[in-house]
Design a protein around this ligand. Structure first.
Ligand code: AMP
Length: 413
């Protein structure tokens, strides 16, 4: 089957076309056929498309909304110019898998979309006002472009974390706030945490129940997940993706009393403070320069910039605190798994996180670590009790596979 995987963000749409089916999944023989992104939807958009084996196509064009963006993507995929193998018309795209950020308590696994389920996802908008509306625009656009003929599947970022116990997902606020409004920790990046835990399991030939690891998704958004017996038992993001680690522009954990304090001192509304915590904080807020870790490292190394160095130290320190607490939560941790743009590519950040953690059984092999950039590999010292892995994430592949499993009514792992 040829699966179109769509990740519709607030001003961008990313896609991949993946050939897969149950046999190919069993043999890990799935094939990426094409990929791309349209960025800056709503103004002069930047379009980058690539069919495997062909050179990338880059152009700019004014693209008004998500529907026009997805129409452009689909027209390109089926075009002679793209020359995607075995795809010549709409009929050759057999299903669409959507990344959906928030599934609330209702969606604990991937689902085939129908009108009722779309309404139920719309009901979760309140929990993810920044993300779900954009994800849903992708669904509406596919309905318009394909008609109702193509099966559509939603894969939720929150679903992997539904196994968290109540003592981990509840906030210590009056219980009726949970009853009334479902205020609780949901966690995000679940597709990524699930994928790298699954890869670890394959690489080590372990049954799911024997996987006890900490997965670190370190990118522009960052989160940690404690996985015990193959299930998520805790994670650093909360009711929204604002909680937990320091991120590109998000503060992560702060004392909630700061909100009222800043509002009073600066005359900000609550929405303005929330926007500062989401968009002007994290690496950007501390460094005063950028949210981009590569640039922060360059500033620290080339110009000895004090605040760039501080941002790196704070970023790693927060992660180390979470690792310590998740070792306590899991008990017998076999491995730390690093993924995401920073986790997969930055040997410097991985080394700083693992520094001085021998007491917890974590010992890095500096040479192996330096060789791993965007590649799968082990970088712990032979004597380390906890294995250290870098495993590039592949959320699109997992979405394509869940799409096939939903269509074939096969069990979802
Ligand atoms: P993501 O959101 O997963 O795409 O990750 C984006 C983040 O990864 C940005 O902060 C990038 O600067 C960072 N990143 C990518 N490559 C590197 C690298 N080689 N060293 C440090 N950070 C990197």
């Amino acid at each position: 089957m040829n699966i179109l995987v769509l990740n519709s963000g607030s001003s961008s749409v990313k896609f991949q076309v993946i050939e897969t089916d149950l046999d190919l999944i069993a043999k890990s023989g799935d094939k990426k056929l094409a990929s791309g992104i349209i960025e800056r939807i709503g103004s002069e958009s930047i379009i980058s498309f690539k069919a495997e084996g062909n050179p990338p196509v880059k152009q700019t064009a004014p693209i008004r909304d998500h529907k026009i963006a997805i129409d452009k993507i689909v027209k390109w995929i089926i075009s002679k110019e793209a020359n995607v193998p075995n795809i010549k018309s709409l009929k050759d795209i057999h299903a669409v898998g959507h990344r959906m950020v928030h599934g609330g308590e209702k969606f604990t696994r991937s689902v085939m979309l129908n009108e009722q389920i779309i309404r139920d996802i719309e009901d979760c908008i309140e929990l993810a006002p920044l993300h779900n509306p954009a994800n849903l625009k992708g669904v509406y656009a596919v309905n318009d472009i394909f008609g109702n003929g193509v099966p559509q599947i939603a894969v939720f970022d929150t679903a992997f974390h539904h196994t968290m116990p109540d003592h981990a997902y509840l906030y210590a606020i009056p219980y009726q706030m949970y009853r009334r409004y479902k205020v609780r920790r949901y966690g995000f990046h679940g597709t990524s945490h699930r994928y790298v835990a699954y890869r670890y399991r394959l690489l080590n030939n372990l049954p799911k129940k024997q996987v006890n690891v900490i997965t670190l998704h370190l990118g522009n958004g960052s989160s940690v997940c404690a996985i015990k017996n193959g299930n998520s038992i805790d994670t650093s993001m909360g009711m929204t993706p604002l909680e937990g680690l320091i991120m590109g522009t998000r503060s992560g954990d702060v004392d909630p009393a700061i909100i009222q304090f800043l509002s009073h001192k600066e005359g900000y509304s609550l929405a303005e403070v929330e926007s500062i915590l989401n968009k002007e904080s994290g690496l950007l807020g501390i460094s005063g320069l950028t949210n981009d870790m590569r640039e922060i490292i360059a500033e620290a190394e080339e110009h000895d910039d004090r605040r760039a160095k501080l941002a790196i130290t704070m970023y790693c320190y927060r992660i180390r605190k979470y690792i310590g607490s998740y070792i306590a939560a899991i008990g017998n941790v076999q491995a730390l798994i690093f993924t995401g743009g920073i986790g997969e590519n930055s040997d410097l950040i991985r080394a700083k996180i693992c520094e001085g953690m021998e007491i917890m059984g974590i010992k890095i092999d500096q040479d192996k670590n330096k060789e791993l950039h965007g590649k799968e590999g082990l970088f712990s010292d032979d004597k380390s009790a906890v294995a250290l892995w870098s495993i590039p994430t592949n959320e699109e592949l997992l979405i394509a596979r869940d799409t096939v499993r939903c269509i074939e009514k096969a069990p979802l792992p």
